[in-house]
Design a protein around this ligand. Structure first.
Ligand SMILES: NC(=O)c1ccc[n+]([C@@H]2O[C@H](COP(=O)([O-])OP(=O)(O)OC[C@H]3O[C@@H](n4cnc5c(N)ncnc54)[C@H](OP(=O)(O)O)[C@@H]3O)[C@@H](O)[C@H]2O)c1
Length: 272
């Protein structure tokens, strides 16, 4: 019987590419997104079914899980991919922007995991692949503290769950990539700004320039990320964490080789 994968955030970027990749591998794909009415690409595949899902909406989480299980009978792998970034000084963040960062990247993943656990228990197992970032295992960009918070929390959640889900044959994986081409991540960033406070302006300009001018050599090939997800889903790899790309590997090598004070100062100096 064909295996089935359930993916969040498939309207663009990595989620969409992952949905298409698995459809081409012959898997059934439950592709979820906030606005299915706008989708024209994934609808071309017979083995992809699209379900409406905003991961922050508990009713939609329940309904989409129920509908996907009804459509395919059994879900083998869930990819928690939906995510967005909130950048800018913490002092300038609006209250709802702070909550939304956590609500989508962290609480949203919790919502989906919790709704799938009864299904996985009934099936005797399953796998959650959580799409993190190298920003989930180290800091790298000033003014990214809220995004770091959401992905560090996702990492802690995933690690912590290992102990209670391992005995139930429910596997957990983390994918930790850097920036990649072909997604809307930059366009979807919420920037925390306040024209009346200028103390952070220099740093803000540097970070915005960095994001605007990142050349493609600094970006990961999205297909490499999709292949890493597929390696986990198919059992080819059993790595709990998959760190992808030169940027993340370089940062982690530095972080692991010097005291944290030196690491923080090295990153800070690079933005002077
Ligand atoms: N690109 C990067 O630089 C980068 C680096 C490391 C990690 N990541 C992570 O990779 C994952 C995929 O991002 P991407 O690079 O493919 O960027 P993307 O093109 O912006 O994709 C993000 C997806 O998440 C969806 N989403 C946002 N809020 C949602 C919500 N409340 N409920 C359901 N879906 C929601 C978006 O849907 P809408 O179209 O409805 O907004 C979109 O489909 C994210 O978890 C991101 O944090 C990205």
């Amino acid at each position: 019987m064909n295996k089935t994968i359930f993916i969040t955030g498939t309207s663009s970027g990595l989620g969409k590419l992952t949905a298409i990749h698995f459809a081409k591998l012959g898997w059934n794909v439950a592709a979820t997104m906030r606005t299915p009415e706008k989708e024209t690409e994934l609808t071309q595949y017979d083995n992809i079914k699209i379900f409406k899902l905003d991961v922050t909406n508990l009713e939609q989480v329940a309904a989409s899980v129920e509908q996907a299980v009804a459509a395919f009978g059994k879900i083998d792998v869930v990819v928690n991919n939906a995510g967005m970034g909130t950048y800018g000084p913490l002092e300038l963040a609006k209250e709802d922007a702070i909550d939304w960062q956590f609500a989508v990247n962290t609480r949203g993943t919790i919502n989906v995991i919790r709704k799938f656990l009864p299904h996985f228990r009934a099936n005797g197992g399953g796998m959650f692949i959580n799409i993190s970032s190298f920003m989930g295992v180290t800091t790298a960009v000033p003014l990214g503290s809220l995004y770091n918070m959401s992905k560090f929390a996702l990492e802690g959640l995933t690690e912590g769950l290992y102990y209670e889900l391992k005995p139930l044959n429910i596997e957990l994986r983390l994918i930790e990539q850097g920036g990649s081409e072909g997604n809307n991540f930059k366009e979807n960033i919420t920037w925390n700004k306040d024209a009346s406070i200028t103390a952070y302006d220099d740093l803000m300009t540097k970070v915005e320039n960095l994001m605007e001018n990142a050349d493609s050599s600094q970006l990961d090939n999205p297909q490499v990320i999709v292949d890493a997800i597929a390696a986990q889903a198919t059992g080819e790899s059993k790595k709990f964490r998959t760190l992808i790309g030169d940027a993340g590997s370089g940062l982690m090598a530095l972080r692991n080789s010097v005291p944290i004070e030196e690491y923080l100062e090295t990153i800070a100096q690079s933005y002077k």
